[in-house]
Design a protein around this ligand. Structure first.
Ligand SMILES: [Zn+2]
Ligand SMILES: [Zn+2]
Length: 257
């Protein structure tokens, strides 16, 4: 029984109850069915946790995408990747921690959080993002963390916004206030599909800024779960900059390969 998800119990009590229940009826890992352990391994088993692939951190200076070893060995200092040479991004830099592949653990884990409401797993992934957020992004002196918003209808339906949980963990660890009311999703965009042009069209004008005075002149770190083509991050960054933000950086838990 997913006791860990009963919202009425305070979280400490919920953890104790889940622990007791786990002693009696050990639940298997939701991804691979191996036995679960304790702490963060109570949400994702040790072998899945260890199989989470990291994004190599010496890639494109704008979007962070790792170059093939050959290109990196040529010695050019952090050049732009092809995507960034061809794209006019509004964000200053984007970085991610995990690699998101079709059959990968990161994808399975993120989908479990989002659609399976595994809030315990989300909490541990948020801690991982906060802990491993790439230093070259984090030392750029951000003023606040801004989660990529869901449309209110989708948030209401889901009951939470995973980007908010991620932004809160990053904010706590890095001493940034979380600004979660300024950026608003005004269009409920259908799930993102297609190439970059299609995705850009899809999110065009989907975001507006309310109470712009709260972000005027600020350097904002946008936080989301997955960076795919960058279309969503770019649309958010455009709205924030148009409302007076000074600069926008992007931190995501995972990056689509
Ligand atoms: Zn597992
Ligand atoms: Zn790039």
């Amino acid at each position: 029984m997913p006791l860990a998800e009963i919202p009425a119990l305070p979280s400490a009590l919920r953890d104790v109850a889940a622990g007791l229940l786990h002693l009696v009826f050990p639940t298997p890992c939701h991804v691979c069915q191996r036995p679960l352990g304790r702490g963060r391994h109570s949400a994702l088993c040790r072998s899945c946790w260890e199989a989470l692939e990291r994004v190599a951190q010496a890639g494109c200076r704008r979007c962070g995408w790792p170059f093939p070893a050959a290109a990196a060995a040529r010695g050019v200092e952090r050049p732009l990747c092809q995507r960034c040479r061809e794209t006019d991004d509004h964000f200053e830099a984007a970085r991610a921690v995990l690699l998101y592949r079709d059959a990968g653990i990161a994808r399975a884990a993120i989908l479990l959080c989002k659609h399976g409401r595994r809030l315990g797993l989300l909490r541990h992934l948020a801690a991982l993002l906060a802990e491993e957020a790439p230093p070259d992004l984090m030392r750029r002196m951000w003023d606040a963390a801004v989660p990529v918003p869901l449309h209110w209808r989708r948030r209401w339906h889901r009951g939470f916004n995973q980007a908010e949980a991620l932004a809160r963990a990053v904010g706590r660890r890095h001493g940034l206030p979380v600004e979660r009311r300024c950026l608003v999703r005004v269009r409920s965009t259908p799930p993102q599909h297609g190439d970059m042009a299609a995705r850009r069209q899809n999110v065009l004008n989907a975001f507006v800024v309310r109470r712009a005075e709260r972000i005027a002149g600020q350097r904002l770190l946008l936080v989301d779960d997955v960076f795919t083509t960058g279309a969503t991050a770019n649309a958010c960054a455009a709205a924030l900059l148009a409302a007076g933000a000074d600069a926008v950086g992007v931190l995501t838990l995972a990056r689509v390969e």
